[in-house]
Design a protein around this ligand. Structure first.
Ligand SMILES: [Zn+2]
Length: 175
């Protein structure tokens, strides 16, 4: 059995894996990384505070497709689009990414499966992959609930000229 379990604290600061090898051997890597170290994500955050905990497990599914199971938890702070204040945002992501070669990815094109597939790189940047998944999961226009938003009072006060989109936004929240 060549299965290996790594902990990123014992490795270099930025772990890279041979993705296919990692999956076929059922390897596992886990660690913590401060949000401050994720430069693309940082642009979406109100504050660099907080730490992301992650685990990546490799495997092969019944169709013999290698995959990475990703688990991430962490509490970050987004910027409310209405009042620009801090908005607590818990990251709870459990997802499976299928490893595909370039030809397979091209063949999938806009197929739904393409969203769950990544390129099977020989030197996969683990943190880059995690960061990408977080970015994809973030709300497009993060906002406080109406009662919690510092800008909400002013907006609701002017009932005579209500923004027609405000009603739509509320509907979305209810759903
Ligand atoms: Zn707000």
């Amino acid at each position: 059995m060549r299965r290996k379990i790594y902990h990123a604290r014992l490795m270099s600061a930025r772990p890279f894996i041979d993705s296919l090898d990692f999956a076929r051997n059922g390897n596992e890597i886990s660690g913590e990384v401060p949000f401050a170290g994720m430069s693309r994500l940082l642009g979406e955050l109100e504050s660099p505070d907080g730490v992301l905990h992650y685990t990546v497990r490799g495997g092969v599914d019944r169709q013999d497709v290698p995959f990475l199971d990703i688990g991430m938890t962490g509490d970050c702070r987004l910027r409310c689009q209405r009042c620009l204040g801090a908005l607590e945002h818990p990251i709870r992501i459990d997802t499976r990414l299928l490893l595909r070669d370039q030809a397979e990815l091209d063949a999938l094109e806009d197929d739904e499966e393409a969203f769950d597939s990544i390129l099977a790189e020989a030197k996969l940047d683990v943190l880059g992959m995690l960061e990408e998944e977080i970015l994809l999961s973030l709300p497009i226009a993060p906002r406080h609930e109406a009662g919690d938003c510092q800008a909400a009072g002013g907006e609701n006060a002017g009932k005579g000229k209500e923004n027609p989109f405000a009603a739509l936004a509320n509907l979305k929240v209810v759903k």
